[in-house]
Ligand binder design. Structure first.
Ligand code: MG
Length: 163
């Protein structure tokens, strides 16, 4: 059954193992930025994160950043990690992501979507038919508009036996 609930909930994207991605025949990984890879207003990625991204890329798995944040922030991180990014993605809407997917000839059945929010990342993943992997937010700090929705997300996750 298809559901908005993530396939799994992890503490950090870097604990997601290559073998897990291989088992599920994942060849493309979409990753949210704020509170998934970087704390809000943090600029640079950690060495641990770079190592993990490089490990994935070395397996021939494509990595794309997908964020609702601005171009500047996403392009800085894209350069830092040497991956392509889609800023202002308007998640959970998928029109921008779908256009990006067509451009990059991505097969959504072999994708996973990693993010920290149920109602943006996991919902977009669900709509796109991708496997969703949810990470616990890096920082308790959120952009203002995110703060209130977290509480509802927590409740929904508990109903699903997660968290
Ligand atoms: Mg996020």
């Amino acid at each position: 059954m298809r559901t908005i609930y993530p396939k799994m909930l992890v503490d950090s994207p870097t604990v997601i193992e290559i073998s897990f991605l291989a088992t599920h025949k994942i060849d493309t990984v979409f990753i949210d930025v704020d509170n998934t890879l970087l704390a809000p207003r943090e600029r640079l990625s950690s060495e641990e994160l770079k190592t993990w991204i490089n490990l994935i890329k070395a397996q021939g798995i494509r990595v794309f950043l997908v964020s609702n944040n601005t171009s500047k922030r996403i392009s800085d991180l894209s350069r830092d990690l040497d991956v392509e990014g889609l800023p202002r993605a308007y998640k959970p809407f998928v029109f921008r992501i779908k256009r990006f997917i067509r451009k990059h000839r991505v097969d959504t059945s072999t994708c996973c979507f990693i993010g920290d929010q149920l109602f943006t990342d996991m919902w977009a993943a669900y709509r796109l038919g991708m496997m969703g992997i949810m990470v616990r937010q890096i920082s308790p700090k959120d952009y203002f508009y995110t703060r209130w929705i977290r509480k509802i997300e927590q409740w929904v996750l508990r109903q699903g036996g997660l968290r």
